[in-house]
Design a protein around this ligand. Structure first.
Ligand SMILES: [Zn+2]
Length: 66
């Protein structure tokens, strides 16, 4: 079994495909849903508008949009 640090908070965890601990994974899922919902409601919103309006990190929004 491999042990790694969560790439988000640094907590020591057993390795997972996402390289995130359970709490960061849950948080990321919530942020993904928030971004998807915002983009469905505002299809013409720019990338920066999505970041500012949802409060989700640039990296997460970028991974969803690109
Ligand atoms: Zn974490």
């Amino acid at each position: 079994m491999n042990v790694i640090n969560c790439t988000h908070c640094g907590q020591l965890i057993l390795t997972t495909p996402s390289k995130l601990c359970a709490s960061c994974l849950t948080k990321e899922h919530q942020e993904v849903q928030k971004v998807k919902q915002y983009m469905a409601e505002n299809p013409r919103a720019s990338y920066m508008e999505v970041v500012h309006s949802t409060g989700v990190s640039i990296q997460t929004v970028r991974s969803l949009i690109s």
